[in-house]
Design a protein around this ligand. Structure first.
Ligand SMILES: [Zn+2]
Length: 349
């Protein structure tokens, strides 16, 4: 069941409160009637029904439990509905999303699944501090960036209501949650990205590395982009993409990339001066792998703007590093230009 964008194991949740009959069919729809968990009801007759597809329950003895999971658990445990929501969230898992079956066939598929499990516990613990409910304004923002409900669930995206920022759990290459990225959605909110806890070293991990199909990376290649949402979007298209989280590939990130043994590396940084500097710096640290630079179609300047077709095309037609440098020279562009005005004119495409 989808619960606030996350995958909820409703049976595991309700097993804490009721006894399901042995061999009961709990695959979906309504669970068989069970003894009502309301301490004030006090009957051993089976009056209580749990909907396993929508988060709703009902007691046919009309003891007062009827409605949402939150409301029912709050009543049973004598806690607030907000606290009840946390109880429920503890039984949610980040959905493995479409394509996970194909991925799990890989030689290390089992290992990776286990890693995803570890990650969940961590992410859930950290996300407890934030609402997992995304308000319309956040959903609109994500949808405009091509991030759909499946991706929200897969990546466990949340919402910081106080700061009005999208919360993105950042996991390391083993799938362990290290910190949270809080992305502003209004242009007036600065800085664009906040990291939590404060002092988190964002370049210590390569965002999205834990969700890669490593077989694809070694047989086809790896795409490097700047932002976490870019990587999420590209992975949603089936592209093996990771993000360096902003400014300059770190030595640690280069080390992680080398350990992935990519057949080729495609740089898909933003089409601006910073993007060119990122390309140059990353190229200087990744000397042992064939490097390519993706070009953007006219009028587009970052991965979030690309359609699936455009992204594939950009990868298929990427320039070799040598050709890219020649192109920069021909256009009279030195990557070290300082003037922001000049930089803005620089075209990667
Ligand atoms: Zn009842």
């Amino acid at each position: 069941m989808n619960y606030r964008g996350r995958k909820l194991d409703a049976v595991a949740l309700w097993e804490e409160f009721v006894d399901f009959p042995p061999n009961a069919d709990l695959s979906g729809g309504f669970a068989p009637l069970v003894v009502c968990p309301n301490p004030d009801h006090g009957s051993t007759k089976k009056h209580f029904q749990i909907n396993l597809e929508k988060p709703l329950v009902h007691c046919f003895a009309l003891c007062g439990i009827s409605g949402t999971y939150e409301k029912a658990i709050a009543l049973v445990k004598g806690i607030s509905e907000k606290e009840a929501r946390k109880v429920i969230v503890q039984h949610t898992r980040v959905s493995l999303g479409p394509g996970s079956k194909r991925k799990s066939r890989g030689a290390d598929g089992r290992v990776r699944r286990a890693a995803i499990g570890d990650r969940d516990e961590n992410a859930v613990a950290r996300l407890d501090d934030f609402s997992t409910y995304l308000p319309p304004v956040a959903l609109e923002y994500l949808s405009a960036r091509g991030i759909d409900a499946a991706a929200i669930s897969t990546w466990g995206l949340g919402w910081d209501a106080d700061e009005r920022r999208i919360v993105i759990p950042a996991d390391d290459e083993r799938g362990i949650s290290r910190f949270l990225i809080k992305r502003a959605i209004r242009s007036k909110d600065w800085p664009k990205y906040l990291y939590w806890p404060e002092g988190a070293v964002k370049t210590a991990l390569l965002f999205g590395a834990c969700k890669l199909d490593r077989k694809q990376v070694s047989s086809h290649g790896l795409v490097l982009c700047e932002g976490s949402l870019d990587a999420i979007r590209l992975q949603g298209m089936g592209i093996q993409a990771t993000a360096i989280l902003g400014t300059g590939l770190s030595d640690r990130q280069a080390q992680i990339i080398r350990s992935l043994r990519p057949r080729r590396i495609f740089f898909m940084f933003d089409k601006d001066g910073a993007g060119i500097r990122n390309t140059e710096l990353a190229a200087s640290k990744l000397t042992k792998c064939p490097l390519f630079v993706c070009l953007y179609p006219k009028g587009k300047a970052d991965p979030a703007e690309l359609t699936r077709k455009e992204a594939s095309h950009a990868i298929d037609t990427a320039l070799s590093m040598t050709a890219f440098k020649r192109r920069l020279r021909e256009r009279g562009v030195s990557p070290k230009v300082k003037s922001p005005k000049r930089e803005r004119k620089v075209a990667l495409g």
